[in-house]
Design a protein around this ligand. Structure first.
Ligand code: SF4
Length: 290
């Protein structure tokens, strides 16, 4: 029997974006697998995605407000059991504020579109594309079809950002367009972000929806970027050198205490990171992971 060829290394669009943002953070997160604690915006984002996934799985005529309320309740039951939600360690007041801000996101979604009009082709669709020595792969939140063809859609739980400040997200979605081109043999004509956060009624639909046309140039750009990042990761793995990128985002970086740019020792991160998460698990009544 011929020997099985080894699986090609895999990169997801979010891994690529993490590396571009800060190679050292990539090392902590994906190479050293330092466990991190979930943040509230992260968990809220997952929760809102889940509610909209349940809603849009329904036939268009059944995507009513009552259905959305039922899907919200079902997702709430699921999340109350999930480790990432429980690790937030919220008291009753914080938890109510969490559900209320999630409801606001769903209300914002309803101001963007009528769910019955969304021509959904697929949800949470796994796509991949070989790029020589490696492949890129990941889940598309939502793939839809309009009069011009396919559109890759993602929801963000944050406040609206102008197209100029949405570059990283739009690039991330363009990787998915590239994967569709390879896997489905059809290139989406656009990528689109729905910003669902940022408070009650103070953002117009136009501010909340940011789209970018997919062109041969944008596809080539992400293809080249993925290849460059893959080469730099492999070089870092050989040399052990991963650059730091100090920006104001360091303030929210889960690994700052071990980051050499902030006086930390990266070799302590796997042990101390694990202790930190295990401590929180005990505090919120979860079983240890091992
Ligand atoms: S603290 Fe800043 S420089 Fe250090 S790993 Fe995190 S993002 Fe990178």
């Amino acid at each position: 029997m011929p020997a099985k060829s080894p699986k090609a290394p895999r990169l997801s669009p979010s891994r690529i974006n993490t590396f571009i943002g800060c190679p050292m953070k990539y090392r902590f997160q994906y190479l050293d697998s330092v466990p991190s604690l979930p943040s509230e915006p992260m968990v809220r984002g997952s929760f809102v995605h889940r509610v909209l996934e349940l809603l849009l799985k329904r036939p268009p005529t059944e995507r009513t407000l009552d259905a959305a309320r039922a899907d919200f309740d079902a997702a709430q039951d699921e999340f109350r059991q999930r480790d990432d939600f429980r690790l937030l360690g919220m008291d009753a007041t914080d938890e109510e504020a969490f559900w209320e801000s999630s409801r606001e996101c769903i209300r914002a979604y309803y101001r963007i579109e009528r769910p019955a009009d969304a021509n959904v082709v697929d949800l949470e669709k796994w796509v991949s594309a070989p790029l020589g020595e490696f492949e890129i792969a990941g889940f598309i939140d939502r793939l839809e079809r309009d009069a011009r063809g396919l559109v890759v859609v993602d929801y963000k739980g944050g406040a609206p950002k102008s197209p100029r400040y949405s570059t990283d997200y739009l690039r991330q979605l363009t990787y998915y367009a590239l994967m569709c081109e390879v896997q489905l043999k059809e290139t989406p004509h656009s990528v689109r972000i729905y910003y669902l956060g940022g408070g009650k009624d103070d953002h117009t639909r136009d501010a909340r929806v940011v789209s970018q046309t997919v062109t041969a140039d944008t596809l080539n750009e992400v293809r080249d970027t993925a290849r460059r990042v893959f080469g730099e990761i492999e070089a870092g793995k050989s040399t052990g050198r991963f650059a730091t990128n100090v920006t104001k985002l360091c303030e929210w970086c889960d690994y700052q205490q071990w980051c050499p740019a902030h006086g930390g020792d990266p070799s302590l991160a796997p042990t101390e990171g694990t202790q930190r998460v295990e401590l929180r698990r005990r505090q919120v009544g979860l079983e240890p992971t091992s």
